[in-house]
Design a protein around this ligand. Structure first.
Ligand code: NDP
Length: 313
């Protein structure tokens, strides 16, 4: 029986692929949507003309629903939003900002709006401003993250207590078993990032994909909280940040160290030393680069197997 998220988006499985800068272009989004999940184009790393082209390609590659993720910190956000409307994108995931800013504008234009939160305060705010569903993202997640450091295991039931919106769990979910755990906690669906970053269709550089499948436990950390908290791999750039902390670097010094385009350098151009490599803790459990459709199929099969076992207890 279709759940709230499958009905909201018109998809077969309650699996959403996360919008990830430099990883989720149209190839990945279309592959996930064609396999029964919801594919998302990550617009944060795209100039406006690139985003338009990516949406057009995605529409050619799939007839299934797909969405666009817009980080609200994006400098040219008005242009992105206009393109989304002009290209008739039906689903937008907003993140890294206040859901009050764009929700009504998008909804007035017939767009389903999902916002990413990491705490109960913003979950309640989403409900107040008319968001259609929320992604609750725990501490384990890669990339931008909340300051509270609440793990997915704690965050999902906490949000469920205060917010009645359809709930998508994110952070640490890369398998059918983790999906079953999240749904048992009360989530309606899951959002999966890191597992799809290491897929064939991910636009990440091969160096980054190969790094993801080689990481072990303790390989990532949530850092740079003075700027925007971000979980990244402990590479040479990360150690430069640690050195800066040891000498009590100011926010301005940290900004200068981060500079411009670090994420592109690492994840897209494959500079494993000087680049920023954003990935979740779950990377420690990812050992192979696979096609997105295969990843999704394996997740569904494992989920069904685990739920079948739970039902016989
Ligand atoms: P930087 O300021 O370090 O660099 C901006 C990067 O984005 C550059 O590589 C640039 O490409 C590209 N870019 C695309 N459009 C624009 C634009 N209109 N103006 C300037 N640069 C643009 O930022 P980050 O790379 O760390 O982050 C980029 C965006 O992604 C931000 O909006 C950020 O909020 C978002 N983000 C989202 C994350 C998530 O988890 N969803 C995680 C991290 C970032 P070029 O090098 O070719 O100039």
């Amino acid at each position: 029986m279709a759940g709230r998220i499958e009905k909201l988006f018109g998809i077969k499985y309650p699996i959403i692929q996360a919008g990830m800068i430099w990883c989720s272009g149209w190839e990945l989004a279309a592959a996930v949507s064609n396999s029964g999940g919801l594919g998302i184009i990550g617009s944060g790393s795209m100039y406006p003309d690139v985003l338009r082209e990516q949406i057009k390609q995605c529409k050619l590659a799939t007839e299934k629903p797909f969405g666009v993720n817009v980080p609200l910190l994006y400098p040219d956000i008005e242009k992105h939003m206009d393109i989304i409307v002009e290209e008739e994108v039906k689903i937008v995931f907003t993140s890294a900002g206040n859901p009050a800013t764009w929700t009504s504008w998008l909804k007035e234009r017939g767009i389903t709006v999902v916002h990413v939160v990491a705490n109960t305060k913003f979950a309640k705010k989403c409900e107040e401003v008319g968001v259609d569903a929320i992604v609750a993202e725990g501490f384990e997640a890669g990339g931008h993250n909340g300051r509270e450091e609440t793990t997915t295991m704690v965050l999902i039931p906490m949000i469920k207590e205060v917010c009645g919106l359809p709930l998508i769990a994110a952070g640490g979910i890369g398998s059918g078993k983790a999906m079953a755990a999240a749904l048992c906690l009360g989530a309606d669906a899951v959002q999966v990032g890191s597992r799809f970053a290491a897929s064939v269709e991910s636009s990440a550089h091969e160096n980054f994909k190969n790094t993801i499948i080689q990481t072990g436990d303790g390989a990532t950390e949530l850092t740079l909280k003075e700027l925007v908290p971000v979980r990244l791999i402990k590479n040479a750039f990360y150690h430069q940040v640690q050195e800066a902390y040891k000498r009590d670097a100011s926010v301005e010094e940290l900004k200068a160290l981060l500079g411009h385009g670090r994420a592109k350098k690492g994840m897209y151009l494959g500079d494993l030393e000087e680049g920023e490599l954003e990935i979740g803790q779950v990377s420690a459990t990812i050992h192979e680069i696979k096609p997105a459709g295969e990843i999704l199929k394996e997740m569904v099969e494992e989920y069904n197997y685990v739920i079948g076992k739970i039902e016989t207890l």
